[in-house]
Design a protein around this ligand. Structure first.
Ligand code: EPZ
Length: 421
């Protein structure tokens, strides 16, 4: 398992290209199951999670070609409606094939994704909502066996008990080919959900309410192919903004969208970070002279502070002036970066879903363990500012969601080296 060695103390100065969003690319790719025509994607990031989903779709008979960041998926001759455990366990977002398979083929056999490090992450809301549309669903031997009514799924008025990105996406796709009208109340409003809805509309779906938590879908009999560019990755963007805030220096972010970061910007401004978008769209990030101020954050569904930036912001608080409170309200176990940051000299006290982070003068490099995707990157950010050398183990977690991170940070002056073991 590869490790990453970081030598701390370098400022970041330079330019970073932001890639397509992992959490948009994955649902977009599953939407290709809804049509027998090819769907062409641009700006697809080169990530392990994307490769895992390509493997899954290939296993089901998709015909996929990749040319750089362009990806064409042709599901004309899909031969299987089974998403098997050995593929789903690698990437839990594979459960997003459930809705499209049911809608297009009337049947689906999808492995339960199982939990992951950050929480149990059930799919009960996906299942109960599909049952409201007439699906017969049985859970047996770790698989979801689902069949639609003879003449297809039926539109329904669905109220999600809590906001769920994946459940909203699965139901959006299922409802696009259902009979009649579906309303999704308390739907997730993440930009990646809106990006999926925009692709579905290009394919011929009838959807209104984009960007709100009430989505209305009128089913159509079939959907066509389309071409679609994946939106920029707001979590990658926020990660590099926070890295620059921690190290000092001036970084220009290209192909990023400031409007996707409404919750992070005021937090970074309060912390003392200057962020400006110039006329050509480039975003300039620079830490103001006098160090970083602590801030409090509470993670919330969009447009609140994203849980996927919580670990990175916490790394920043470990070296800020004063103390900040981090409240994690989305996942029940998303503080696994805390003991690793403490090994580097951070002063963090966890009580339930809250962490009190008291800033320290200087972190010390140490050998640490990545436990999940965003925890891994928070340890790297800490390593960038720690005295001496930090070695982050199990860096495969990072490769799931960050494309060329070493190269992007290295080009801005950071000292990172991947140790292949
Ligand atoms: C998506 O996961 C993202 N993944 C996650 O990003 C992100 O953290 C999460 O949304 C929240 O924003 C992708 O888009 C591929 P949820 P998802 O359904 O859809 C509970 C990353 O680091 N829940 O919005 O799985 C669930 O347990 C990853 O890139 C149920 O109880 O998240 C969680 O507590 C991590 N029952 C909460 O809802 C359900 O049926 C939000 O989960 C579904 C969800």
């Amino acid at each position: 398992m590869d490790k990453l060695r970081i030598t701390g103390g370098q400022q970041l100065n330079g330019t970073i290209e932001i890639g397509g969003a992992k959490n948009a690319a994955l649902p977009l790719m599953t939407a290709s199951v809804l049509t027998a025509e090819p769907v062409l994607f641009n700006n697809v990031p080169d990530l392990m999670d994307v490769k895992s989903l390509i493997d899954l779709l290939n296993d089901m008979g998709a015909n996929i070609t990749r040319d750089g960041s362009n990806l064409t998926i042709d599901n004309k001759s899909m031969t299987s409606t089974k998403a098997s455990y050995d593929l789903v366990r690698k990437m839990r977002a594979s459960v997003l094939v459930l809705g499209p398979l049911l809608a297009r083929f009337g049947t689906a056999e999808v492995s339960l994704p199982g939990g992951c490090a950050i929480g149990t992450r059930p799919v009960d809301m996906h299942i109960s909502a599909l049952e409201q549309m007439g699906a017969k669903i049985e859970i047996k031997d770790g698989y979801i066996y689902a069949t639609a009514p003879e003449n297809g799924l039926n539109g329904a008025e669905i109220v999600f008990s809590q906001k769920s990105v994946g459940a909203t996406e699965n139901l959006l796709m299922a409802a696009s080919l259902a009979n009649g009208h579906t309303i999704l109340h308390n739907a997730a409003r993440e930009p990646e959900v809106t990006d999926l809805a925009e692709l579905l509309i290009k394919m011929g779906a009838k959807i209104t309410g984009l960007g709100t938590d009430n989505l209305e879908i009128t089913g159509v009999s079939e959907l066509s192919g389309a071409e679609h560019a994946v939106i920029p990755d707001r979590i990658e963007t926020g990660t590099y903004m926070i890295a620059t805030a921690m190290t000092g220096g001036r970084v220009v972010l290209k192909n990023a969208r400031l409007d996707l970061l409404d919750a992070l910007l005021p937090v970074l401004k309060m912390a003392g970070v200057d962020i400006e978008q110039i006329e050509n769209g480039d975003i300039i990030v620079e830490r103001a002279g006098n160090g970083l101020n602590s801030v409090d954050i509470t993670t919330k569904p969009y447009p609140g502070f994203p849980t996927d930036l919580q670990a990175q912001l916490m790394a920043m608080l470990t070296v800020a002036n004063g103390a900040g409170i981090v409240d994690e309200t989305i996942f029940e176990n998303r503080f696994m970066h805390v003991p690793e940051l403490i090994r580097m000299g951070a002063d963090i006290t966890v009580k339930g879903s809250s962490a009190l982070v008291r800033g320290v003068e200087q972190l010390k490099g140490a050998e640490v363990m990545a436990t999940d995707l965003r925890a891994s990157v928070s340890l790297i950010l800490a390593g960038l500012v720690a005295e001496g050398t930090t070695v982050v183990n199990r860096i495969y977690h990072l490769d799931r969601g960050y494309e060329n991170l070493e190269q992007k940070l290295g080009a801005c002056g950071a000292k990172l080296e991947r140790i292949k073991t």
